[in-house]
Design a protein around this ligand. Structure first.
Ligand SMILES: Nc1ncnc2c1ncn2[C@@H]1O[C@H](COP(=O)(O)OP(=O)(O)OP(=O)(O)O)[C@@H](O)[C@H]1O
Ligand SMILES: [Mg+2]
Length: 204
């Protein structure tokens, strides 16, 4: 078995750095489930990621299955973003960034969003924890676990993270049909991320 170093953990996955691969790879392990909803979540993440190839979206290499600690996992192998998540960068006071860097990062986020919009994909869980940072300080959108196609939106559950949810993602206006979850909902979350980059704290 290759050498694994845990670099992150979320609701669905454990992410390991795999140093035996070239290039060095981040592998997200998602426990296989008998619950079809959880399996669907994973399938959606993979289906979205394999469609996307953009400098501001994390690049996936392959999907495989592996037994780890006696349990079966789906494994998504992807590029390793050495500086970790944007949350880690924002919280690290030793990292000083300028307004010029801020405007570059805003461009990175928006360029990634345009790519998603062009593919009709809504991320639905954009937040600093799900934006990754490369050695060269390029931002890449990651963690597509809540992703949906734009034309799926009728049966949307309220997944995602409350702080970054636009009113329509949180269910407001859905009953009357006045508001629909679209790619613009990701733009709302990006605005909050930009605010947090500038303020170096959570919005509320
Ligand atoms: N490609 C990568 N390179 C470096 N670090 C990564 C990479 N992918 C994920 N991570 C780290 O692992 C953490 C968890 O990854 P991810 O958000 O994909 O998991 P998750 O289980 O889907 O999380 P969530 O709780 O948001 O559902 C990230 O916040 C980040 O710190
Ligand atoms: Mg995450």
């Amino acid at each position: 078995m290759s050498s694994k170093i845990e670099i992150g953990r979320g609701t669905f996955g454990i992410v390991f750095l795999e140093t035996d691969f070239h290039p060095v790879t981040a592998s997200k392990y998602i426990l296989k489930s008998s619950d079809p909803k959880i399996e669907q979540t994973f399938q959606r993440e993979w289906e979205a990621l394999k469609l996307l190839s953009h400098p501001n979206i994390v690049q996936v290499y392959e999907l495989s299955e592996e037994d780890f600690c006696g349990k079966p996992y789906h494994v998504i192998k992807m590029e390793f973003c050495v500086r970790g998540s944007l949350r880690q960068v924002i919280n690290n006071r030793k990292i000083i960034y300028s307004m010029k860097t801020f405007s570059c990062w805003a461009e990175h986020l928006l360029a990634g969003l345009v790519c998603l919009e062009n593919h009709g994909i809504i991320h639905r869980d954009l937040k600093p924890e799900n934006v990754l940072v490369t050695r060269d300080w390029i931002l890449k959108i990651g963690d597509f676990g809540c992703v949906r196609r734009e034309n799926d939106t009728k049966e949307l559950s309220k997944d995602g993270t409350l702080r970054y949810m636009s009113p329509e993602c949180a269910g407001f206006g859905m009953a009357t049909g006045k508001r629909k979850v679209t790619c613009k909902s990701d733009l709302y979350a990006s605005g909050l991320i930009m605010w947090e980059i500038l303020e170096r704290r959570c919005s509320f």
